[in-house]
Design a protein around this ligand. Structure first.
Ligand SMILES: NC(=O)c1ccc[n+]([C@@H]2O[C@H](COP(=O)([O-])OP(=O)(O)OC[C@H]3O[C@@H](n4cnc5c(N)ncnc54)[C@H](OP(=O)(O)O)[C@@H]3O)[C@@H](O)[C@H]2O)c1
Length: 284
């Protein structure tokens, strides 16, 4: 089976090349040759490589920059995704499109399941990704939408890399937000789940692929420092103490109902996935 990646040089794409390469023929594409905003270029790339499946990772992921560069966010995340979806439909290719928890409002008092109705949320990033999801649903019937969140992977950039840089011994105490809740998720865990989905060619619809169990950014930071053997103190603080251009969701937790209903293996616990990552990326 030939699997083509868009955005293959990004954090998730690089892991997918490594993790899926042993089981599938993986073709990684990215800028400049496979610009998703250029519908003719995308058609040409798909025609040249003749993939069976496309995993669409390319996106504008800088959440704050999306607020000030609204057109660019929609050009990539909405129009670009529509181009990929239309090309897949034209060429009879299965599409797995990567999306995000930001498509939800983030104010529910329970984890969001795949059957909850997203609105696009409160950020330009979330709204543009939601528009991309809608394009996938309407243009390419043979699709999976895979929502992920709180992602980290080899090379970063990610919260894990940011925390490791900040814990350089110069700060006696590090303030970290403790009123946002989510599922820290490694790119390796996402790759393993995608492998299961790739092996089930008739599966379609929306799947949440975040690690099991939940924490806050402060809890995540404490676990990173514990695994790294750092003595960095963490002081929990509120979101209001760190105003950002794009409002962050209080609740990013995603329930993995679709994986369960499909009989696919559960995602790993976030602490186990983080331990494996830290051992490889920041060995003691
Ligand atoms: N990172 C997270 O925490 C997170 C959380 C939830 C969901 N996601 C989703 O997961 C997916 C992968 O995220 P990631 O963290 O791997 O993102 P990333 O590291 O920013 O990678 C995105 C890749 O897409 C490329 N790209 C940008 N514009 C493009 C265009 N016009 N045509 C083709 N490629 C283009 C980027 O190239 P340049 O670097 O040259 O711009 C980059 O190589 C995205 O769909 C994202 O929305 C990520």
């Amino acid at each position: 089976m030939k699997v083509l990646l868009t955005g293959g040089k990004g954090m998730l794409g690089r892991t997918l090349v490594r993790e899926l390469g042993g089981d599938f023929e993986v073709v990684s594409t990215d800028l400049p040759e496979a610009d998703i905003t250029d519908e003719d270029a995308i058609d040409a790339v798909f025609a040249r490589h003749a993939p069976d499946v496309v995993i669409h990772c390319a996106a504008m992921t800088a959440v704050d920059r999306c607020e000030t560069e609204r057109d660019m966010a929609f050009r990539l995340n909405a129009r670009g995704t529509a181009n990929v979806a239309a090309a897949c439909a034209r060429q009879g290719v299965r599409l797995i499109a990567i999306s995000t928890d930001y498509v939800f409002e983030g104010d529910a008092d329970r984890p969001y399941a795949e059957f909850d109705r997203p609105t696009g949320g409160r950020t330009v990033y979330g709204q543009s990704k939601f528009a991309g999801e809608e394009a996938v649903r309407s243009l390419c019937p043979n699709h999976v939408i895979a929502r992920i969140s709180w992602l980290y992977g080899a090379g970063g950039p990610s919260f894990v890399h940011a925390m490791m840089n900040l814990a350089d011994g110069s700060r006696p105490v590090l303030k970290v937000v403790a009123d946002q809740h989510g599922n820290p998720t490694s790119t390796v865990a996402v790759a393993q789940a995608l492998r299961g989905i790739l092996r089930r060619p008739n599966l379609c619809g929306t799947f949440h692929l975040t690690c099991e169990s939940e924490t806050t950014w402060a809890g995540f930071a404490k676990e990173i420092f514990r695994l790294a053997g750092r003595t960095q103190a963490v002081q929990p603080c509120t979101t209001d103490e760190f105003p950002r251009p794009a409002p962050r969701p209080k609740n990013s937790r995603l329930e993995k109902m679709a994986l369960r209903l499909a009989g696919l293996p559960p995602m790993p616990h976030w602490k186990d996935a983080l331990a494996a990552f830290m051992a490889a990326e920041f060995p003691l």
